[in-house]
Design a protein around this ligand. Structure first.
Ligand SMILES: [Zn+2]
Length: 255
């Protein structure tokens, strides 16, 4: 059921579900919808009062959700015509039959042709298509990270920083990490979705950690020196959220 609470910040409409739960739960969905689940017998005024008390937080979180760039529609299932963001561009999924042509199997089971990604899944059901898409992203991400590594490592070599391996992971909570002990950098494979400058920024940031293993003023100055537009890229990246478990069916793990 939909209800509207009048709050000092204006009216807030929310979807209420009654459940056998102990506490009130409030969530902001990716499309900005406010959902509340409440115990069966809790009076309606108490729920409205709760929404009222949280109004400021709700409006902020809703704005953040609406500002977040969706890299794929919530019902993305890799069907013909589905759209997904790749380096900030909209790519349409097509399905090919059989094996990818040998001449074009640069990205595993996927072939990029202009604004189209032609996938060659081993099985044509949803699971098979999503698996092919994931394999494509794995190969695509690693090639992207290798290319960026070739570009960025030389910028740091005058500072005595060696070129280190850059590996992709699906991560939930971070864009990258730098392991100064084992001398390696891990980047979130989700970086294949935002514009290229975002991945470049994250790699510059992680390489700078090989000079300063902290977020001190000299660290930020170094990042800024290596990439004058670092602040813009960071702000652009903040509009993306690695919520791919729902959208592209990949489960994340932390290294
Ligand atoms: Zn950092």
């Amino acid at each position: 059921m939909q209800y509207t609470a009048e709050t000092p910040q204006g009216s807030i409409t929310y979807e209420l579900t009654r459940k056998s739960v102990k506490n009130l739960n409030l969530r902001i969905q990716p499309d900005g919808t406010v959902t509340v689940s409440a115990p069966h017998h809790l009076p309606q005024q108490e729920i409205d009062a709760f929404v009222c008390k949280k109004a400021r937080w709700i409006l902020r979180a809703r704005q953040r959700a609406l500002d977040t760039v969706q890299v794929a529609p919530p019902d993305f299932s890799c069907q013909i015509g589905d759209e997904v963001q790749l380096l900030g561009r909209t790519i349409t999924i097509e399905l090919g039959a059989g094996q990818p042509p040998a001449s074009a199997s640069q990205f595993g089971p996927g072939v990029l042709q202009g604004d189209h990604l032609i996938l060659y899944p081993a099985r044509s059901d949803t699971k098979g298509r999503m698996l092919a898409f994931r394999r494509f992203l794995d190969v695509y991400a690693q090639q992207l990270f290798d290319t960026l590594n070739d570009e960025i490592a030389p910028l740091f070599s005058p500072l005595g920083v060696p070129k280190v391996p850059v590996t992709g992971w699906w991560m939930r909570a971070r864009w990258g990490s730098c392991h100064t002990g084992s001398q390696k950098i891990i980047l979130n494979k989700f970086l294949v979705h935002p514009p290229l400058q975002c991945a470049r920024y994250v790699l510059v940031h992680e390489y700078a950690h090989l000079v300063y293993p902290n977020h001190s003023a000299p660290f930020h100055a170094l990042v800024q020196y290596m990439m004058p537009s670092a602040k813009e890229q960071k702000a652009l990246l903040a509009r993306y959220s690695p919520q791919y478990e729902k959208t592209i069916g990949i489960s994340a793990k932390e290294p």
